[in-house]
Design a protein around this ligand. Structure first.
Ligand SMILES: [Zn+2]
Length: 145
């Protein structure tokens, strides 16, 4: 039930190269799930992520597995389809950045797939993606001093 990313099946069928695009799970501040259905969906997304991490750790020695880091922080339920466009745009941007930093060569399990929390010191666990370059707002004459 929780094996929605069939890494084990791909490797058993002979795959030596696997690229996983996980949806991740809601990890940022939002209202807690309400009612039985929302609790069930929330629990299912956590269970799926946990199973994926287990599979990645178990099968990493059998194939080159690259995992595109899921969005983090994510404050939208994976079952809320009202903001798909926003999620697609964010994912396209972070995935392009991950690819430009040789993400396909990586075999790391993204931090955003593990249980985690956010605070002011670590607002995102997308450490697998380098932060965008900081803009230097000082006057040109002072930049190289
Ligand atoms: Zn997160």
């Amino acid at each position: 039930m929780a094996n929605n990313t069939p890494v084990s099946t791909a490797i058993r069928l002979g795959a030596t190269r696997v690229i996983v695009l996980p949806a991740g799970f809601t990890c940022s501040e939002r209202r807690p799930p309400r009612g039985a259905l929302e609790h069930a969906f929330n629990a299912l997304s956590l269970l799926v992520a946990r199973q994926l991490v287990h599979d990645l750790q178990h099968w990493s020695g059998h194939a080159h597995i690259s995992v595109v880091p899921p969005l983090c922080p994510l404050d939208i339920s994976p079952y809320d389809y009202s903001r798909c466009g926003e999620l697609i745009d964010r994912a396209a941007g972070t995935t392009a950045l991950w690819l430009s930093h040789n993400g396909l060569d990586s075999q790391n399990v993204p931090g955003a797939l593990h249980p985690h929390k956010h605070d002011a010191e670590s607002p995102s666990c997308s450490a697998d993606i380098p932060p965008p370059p900081q803009h230097d707002h000082s006057p040109p004459a002072e930049r190289h001093l």
